[in-house]
Every structure is written in structure tokens, then in C-alpha cells.
Write a protein that binds this ligand. Structure first.
Ligand SMILES: [Zn+2]
Length: 256
């Protein structure tokens, strides 16, 4: 099986502070060659960056709805400065989450970040929870200005019709541990029907443990289990899945 790309992993979180080197060694042994580390807040992105000689690391900068109380409208100016300073940084993790407070402020900050993604032609990493219709409605207004590879709807769960609305906007579908749960029947059948060219794989570590690992910290080496789950669902081989989803992620995040 070829090299894997974990398109969503919070490797910078303190959950990995004590054993990050070992976590990355296990990821490398599992075939993970590249990891996208999304940003969640100004404070979190201002910490020292991780480096690795063996795994290629990519970064996002964004204001995540989980930290809505912490974000200030002036953080949008800070975010723009980061995009100017880092020509490879993407915009994310951003989005809307009905389980978080201040939905109006979430919408304002999300819209401002979409505008930056359009202005700087950077892909978006989008978080959703009970918010896909609202997200799509906002993005539709920017449809002609989004980059050709608009981004990824991270940890997608939903119907085939919902997936199609993301593909129509130029987004890829982020496939993670949710497909390892039998109860996620709708999402599993949706993913199985989508073209492999539209999928990227992710762990969302330390969150989103796979079936059988509930209550444990997730880590990027577990991406292998996402590959296995997708192979079982779809009928594609693990080699096909590794090659195509990695190629998709490099095209999306690295323009190559
Ligand atoms: Zn995330």
C-alpha cells in the first residue's frame, strides 16, 4: 500500500505533548507520509510549530466554532496577516456548529474567513454540526470566487444529496472514523457511492476514535483503519484508496 495523507489531525494539541515523537513514529510506520494540521484559534496557532524530518506537515489557520467565546473580530486581521506571511497556509478549521454558543457570531466569523479564502485563493477546511444547509447557503454566495479546489468538508456525515452539494461547490469529502461505526448507515452508504477522486482521508486525532477504540485518544497511525473501513465499504483495494486519496490531498493542499 502506498503512502497515506492524514488530511485532518490536531497534532499540535496538548493531548500529544508528552509523547508526540512516538505518535509520529507510529504514524510513519503505518505509512502516513503527510499530515494537515488545522489551526483552531489565534492563541493555539501562536504556539511553537511542530517539525518533522520524516512526515511532511501542512498547516491551516482558522477560527474554530468550538472556541467562539475566545475569538475577537480583530482576529480576522491577524488571520489575514498569517495568509500573507505563509503562502502555503490554508483557511481552517472554520465552520458552524449548532452545539456551540453565539451562532450569529459564528456566522459572521465564518463569512469573513470565506472572504479571505477567496481573496487569497486558499482552500477551506470546514467543520459542520447540524449546519450543512447554512454553510452551503453562505458558500453559494461566493461560488464564483472560491478557489478551483475549494477545500474539504471535514468529518463528513450525511446524505448523498448533501455530499453532492459539496462536490458542486468544488469541495472534497473528508472521510474519517465515522465510517467504522455500523450505526452510521446513511454516511456509510453515501461514501460508498462517491467517486474516489472526491475523497480525502482523516483521523481528526486526538478526537474521533474508531469503532473498538471508544474513549481512547485517537492518533494518526489509526488512518490505516480508516483505509480498511473504506475498502470494506466500497470494494476499492487499500492500494487504490491510498494512492488516490493521497493524490487528492496533495492536489488540494499543495497544488501538486
Ligand atoms: Zn478538527
Amino acid at each position: 500500500m502506498g503512502a497515506l495523507f492524514d488530511s485532518h489531525c490536531h497534532l499540535d494539541f496538548d493531548d500529544f505533548a508528552s509523547d508526540r515523537t512516538a505518535v509520529m513514529a507510529r504514524a510513519e510506520a503505518a505509512g502516513v507520509a503527510a499530515i494537515m494540521i488545522p489551526g483552531v484559534s489565534r492563541r493555539a496557532s501562536s504556539k511553537t510549530r511542530i517539525s518533522s524530518a520524516s512526515i511532511e506537515l501542512f498547516y491551516g489557520v482558522g477560527l474554530h466554532p468550538y472556541f467562539i467565546a475566545e475569538h475577537d473580530y480583530a482576529d480576522i486581521d491577524w488571520l489575514e496577516q498569517q495568509l500573507q506571511r505563509c503562502p502555503h497556509a490554508v483557511v481552517g478549521e472554520v465552520g458552524l456548529d449548532r452545539s456551540c454558543s453565539d451562532y450569529r457570531k459564528q456566522q459572521q466569523l465564518f463569512t469573513a474567513q470565506v472572504e479571505l479564502a477567496c481573496a487569497y485563493q486558499r482552500p477551506l477546511i470546514i467543520h459542520h454540526r447540524q449546519s450543512q444547509a447554512d454553510l452551503v447557503a453562505i458558500l453559494m454566495r461566493y461560488r464564483s470566487k472560491l478557489p478551483a479546489h475549494a477545500g474539504v468538508i471535514h468529518a463528513f456525515s450525511g446524505s448523498y444529496e448533501q455530499a453532492q452539494s459539496w462536490l458542486a461547490l468544488g469541495f472534497m469529502i473528508g472521510v474519517g472514523g465515522v465510517i467504522s461505526y455500523q450505526r452510521a448507515a446513511k454516511t456509510r452508504s453515501t461514501i460508498a457511492r462517491l467517486p474516489l477522486e472526491s475523497l480525502v482521508l482523516e483521523t481528526d486525532a486526538p478526537a474521533m476514535p474508531l469503532a473498538g477504540y471508544q474513549g481512547q485518544r485517537n492518533e494518526p497511525a489509526q488512518l490505516l483503519l480508516v483505509v480498511d473501513a473504506l475498502a470494506q465499504l466500497s470494494g476499492w483495494s487499500t492500494a487504490q484508496i491510498a494512492a488516490q486519496t493521497s493524490s487528492n490531498a496533495y492536489r488540494l493542499f499543495a497544488n501538486r
